[in-house]
Unconditional design. Sequence first.
Length: 311
Amino acid sequence: MAGPQFSAPSRTRAGTPTSGVIHVRTRLTSDFTVLANALVQRPGSAVTIGVAAYVASLPDGAPVSIAALCEHFSEGEILISRALRELEGAGYLERRRERGPDGRVRTRTYFHDVPPGDDDPDPTPTPRRRRPPAPERVPVPAPRAAADVTPTAPNPTPAPTPAPLPAVVRSPQPSPPPPARTSLAEADPRAVRLLASLRAVDPRLILSETEAARLAPDVTRWLAAGVAPARLTETLTAGLPDRLVARPARILAFRLGEPPLPAPVQAPPPAKPVVLPFQTCDGCERAFRAAAPGLCRDCRTADEGALSAAC
């Protein structure tokens, strides 16, 4: 007789779901916390549910400030502060300002297993609004073309022929005199040196004496406008095409014909905004940005109102 086969898979019980989670229940008699399904199954951030479960498991009087929660969880102050705000907005967390026996106003934190006024703690899905159906498009028949009616124009009356004007004999105007050529010796020496140095930047910018003498007045005008020689050289040589179709003198004359460009003014870099660190309010234990620890704006306003009322 063969022995029992321990490697055979066990048979599932009747009624066990074929997919999804299967709970293995264990009856707990100590060290456990009862949570409502409306809180545990609340849609949204998992950090919010985790913070709520942790706060619900703490005894009365345990600190639940942002600093104390950050020491327990690995999340930072921003996520913890956001989770506390969500719990407070949902009604699970309540902060009350109460006056103690010593007369000081303190903030007490209350945690509700079920939000006040919530008779049904089970979460109910919110029905989604369906979009109204788009209106059907009804084809509109095209308007019929009107019959072409060509109005009969009356016969125009012929205009009288004007009398011929007498011929005007124009006397030949004298042609303008040719511009006087400037010799290279009369040109500005600074402009001549700048034009001659262009071939060191681009070997294709070779100018004859006549071309240099014709371009020298324009170079002098740019230098008189306050343009530095280095900047003018860059303006004349930058962005030239790989193949020069026209002569270099014509390209330089076109660029020198533009008005002199003013020197660019470099704007100072914008100052970086000062980001204040997060501080925990001594009154309501909320996170706020400030240079030093203390009270937030709401707590300061409440304290000033309490002092004015006491006075």
